[in-house]
Design a protein around this ligand. Structure first.
Ligand code: BGC
Length: 342
């Protein structure tokens, strides 16, 4: 009995040494990893645009597994708009030694917490959609940002209305008084996209000689129901003077369109958004939206995933993805009206 017990102990000890040696070898050669672990934390999973990116990320992970034979453990967490919760999720990913993390900051000015922790742990970070300030991004070569050029989205949005006006001024100037009255629905004030989109869509319309008159504007925090509530108030206040509604995103544009519908407004007010989410495209089809600017969510998720997976495997990211300043990637965008849909 005793002898048997000893040889079992010996066998276990040998097994443990063998496992340690094997682990040691694979750690020394990260390129030969057969599985990777990537942690993702979203700012708010309910956000339509972010939810769309989430589904595309899950698809990309599956495709990657099929193409490479490398197992992907993708964990996606939703801190529901709470920065403290998001910090804890990052801490957890790091303590479990995830190979790379992807962070959609709740509060983009709080990125230094994530960066400090990730640098200490030596874990690369792909930020997306909510951009940390440049000073933060420059602190380490394993920090990346994937987003879209806010000015480009806005110029494309403005051009949709310029084209419509040039073709037929009466399609915007509904009451024929020589000016086009518009209201502006802005996203979160602290988001880099809101300010730039607001400024450049209006600038583009002015440059395109639309005789604009701003009636009012306000932030609805990217949210459909907040936008509908604001729009109801504006309809009461400005009535038929509203001829165009500019939304910093599709969700808010849809909220405004629904408020117009509920008010029984059939004058053909042009409502435009940005994102080209499935809901936005539905809105184009049903006539709620006149136009949107679609960002390629497939490309967006692919680039986030590709950077994270390359970093996880210790590969050279620059060889896989073309980055600006070694750090930034801006996704492609296109303007859409119902005429552009298949
Ligand atoms: C999108 C919005 C989204 C926001 C979330 C923006 O770039 O256009 O639809 O709500 O990002 O951060």
């Amino acid at each position: 009995m005793k002898k048997n017990g000893k040889s079992i102990q010996m066998a276990l000890a040998l097994l443990a040494v063998g496992t340690l040696l094997l682990n040691g070898c694979s750690a020394a050669k990260p390129a030969e990893k057969k599985s990777i672990r990537i942690g993702v934390t979203l700012y708010r999973g309910e956000d339509a645009f972010i939810n769309n990116i989430r589904s595309s990320l899950e698809e990309k992970a599956k495709e990657y597994e099929q193409q490479t034979g490398i197992k992907v453990n993708l964990e996606i967490m939703d801190p529901k708009g709470n920065q403290n919760t998001q910090n804890s999720q990052v801490d957890r990913f790091l303590s479990l030694e995830y190979d790379a993390i992807c962070v959609n900051m709740v509060d983009r000015s709080a990125a230094s917490y994530v960066i400090n922790k990730a640098m200490d742990a030596g874990t690369p970070v792909v930020f997306f959609n909510r951009e940390p300030v440049e000073e933060d991004m420059k602190r380490w070569e394993h920090l990346y940002y994937v987003g879209e050029d806010a000015r480009e989205s806005a110029v494309l949005q403005g051009e949709l209305l310029v084209d419509a006006y040039q073709e037929n001024p009466g399609s915007l100037d509904l009451n024929g008084d020589g000016t086009v009255g518009y209201v502006m629905l802005e996203g979160e004030r602290s988001h880099q996209d809101s300010l730039i989109r607001t400024e450049w869509s209006v600038q583009t319309m002015r440059d395109g000689d639309i005789p604009l008159e701003k009636l009012t504007g306000g932030s609805a925090n990217w949210d459909r129901s907040q936008a509908a509530a604001l729009m109801e108030q504006w309809i009461r206040q400005f009535g038929d003077a509203i001829e165009v509604v500019i939304g910093n995103n599709d969700e808010m544009a849809l909220g405004a369109a629904e408020a117009l519908e509920r008010a029984g407004d059939t004058r053909g007010v042009k409502v435009v958004g940005i994102d080209g989410t499935p809901q936005g495209i539905e809105g184009l089809k049903s006539g709620k939206l006149y136009g949107t600017v679609q960002c390629d969510s497939d490309e967006y998720a692919e680039v986030i995933f590709e950077i994270a997976a390359s970093e996880a495997l210790g590969q050279n990211v620059q060889e896989k993805v073309e980055l600006e300043e070694g750090t930034y990637y801006q996704c492609s965008q296109k303007a859409l009206t119902v005429a552009d849909l298949p």
